[in-house]
Design a protein around this ligand. Structure first.
Ligand code: ATP
Length: 327
């Protein structure tokens, strides 16, 4: 491994996801293991511009592997999209002699990191930190497993009340324009129907399925709706269904930000730990403008430009299975 690199900064950017702290810990600990000086940047690219940096020693990441959110805080920065903003960020890094930056975030954060590294002599590595699982170059993003488990836990609870009152629930989950959370949680929670952006949603088909279920003596039901579905959010879809079918009392639950919080799952902690170490070792090997991800349980580096949003890799066979199992 190269011994050139001496100082590395870390930031979290975009929406927070459970496991970001485990990732910060892995970066700091492995960086120090390889004799690097590690710096944390507070509030993402805004902190990078404003000089909000803190030295990270071994103890600075104690007791965080189990915590949701991010100790470095996250932000969306309009200034970083400008040349002047990037210039300021570069000078802040240079002033401290920092030569490389690890960005934990989603595709927007990677676009920013790519442009920044293209313009200045700062190496960047991206790590996939988003609950949406919508990036190329990794089978799983950090936080997705925890968020999906949170959704399943919530739907299990909703099922109890749905059953007690013969109600049909429309449950809206996050994922932006990707349906991974809805598809996986929908199967795991045994939902009657799963509405996701990657497949065409037909209200007529949905109503038909619900009527069939009712005629087979189903007394309650659960429909999971990805927030990016083209037929609208859960309220809109419930309204459309209600206009055609009155077989159930209908209720809507928007799970919202509860999906981002909480202690990361074992899977997310291990993923974050593996990718954190990989990022530091990758930088020491001279990697630049790459994202570290996990494909078939192996760490793989993908150019940041290719790690853009990718909903097409969603497993359509899972959708077929969900149809078979919801009769
Ligand atoms: P999530 O998927 O969780 O929302 P994200 O990383 O996609 O995370 P964004 O809000 O899209 O979140 O991006 C985070 C930040 O990255 C932006 O606020 C901005 O500062 C920076 N960024 C995004 N695109 C660019 C770009 N083209 N040039 C420079 N910076 C950018």
């Amino acid at each position: 491994m190269s011994t050139q690199l001496k100082k590395v900064a870390i930031l979290t950017s975009g929406g927070d996801s459970p496991g970001m702290n485990a990732c910060i810990r892995a970066l700091v600990r492995s960086g120090i293991y390889y004799s690097l000086e590690m710096w944390g940047v507070v509030r993402g690219y805004d902190g990078l511009i404003q000089g909000d940096y803190q030295p990270m020693d071994l103890r600075s990441v104690s007791n965080i592997i189990n915590r949701g959110g991010t100790i470095l805080k996250s932000a969306r920065s309009e200034e970083f999209r400008t040349e002047a903003g990037m210039d300021k960020a570069y000078h802040q890094l240079k002033q401290r002699g920092i030569e490389a930056l690890v960005v934990i975030g989603g595709d927007g954060s990677f676009r920013g990191a790519f442009h920044f590294s293209n313009r200045y002599d700062i190496k960047v590595i991206g790590l996939p930190g988003t609950i949406d699982n919508d990036l190329n170059g990794t089978d799983f993003t950090i936080g997705y497993d925890t968020a999906t488990n949170t959704v399943v836990d919530c739907i299990d609870k909703i099922r109890d009340t749905a059953d007690a009152h013969n109600r049909l629930f429309f449950i809206e989950v996050m994922g932006r324009d990707a349906g991974y959370i809805a598809l996986h949680a929908g199967i795991a929670a045994g939902c009657e129907d799963i509405l996701i952006p990657e497949t065409k949603t037909s209200i007529d088909d949905l109503v038909d399925n619900l009527k069939k279920g009712r005629s087979r003596n189903k007394t309650s039901g659960l429909v999971i709706v990805a927030e990016g579905d083209e037929e609208g959010g859960a309220y809109e879809i419930a309204r459309k269904v209600q206009a055609q079918f009155d077989g159930y009392e209908m209720k809507v639950t928007i799970l919202g930000h509860i999906q981002r919080g909480g202690s990361p799952s074992c899977f997310d902690r291990v993923l974050a730990s593996r990718l954190g170490v990989a990022a530091i070792e990758g930088l020491l090997e001279g990697k630049n403008r790459m994202m570290a991800g996990l494909i078939n349980n192996q760490v793989v580096f993908t150019p940041l430009t290719q790690a853009a949003k990718n909903s097409s890799s969603l497993d359509h066979d899972l959708f077929r299975i969900s149809k078979i199992l919801s009769i």
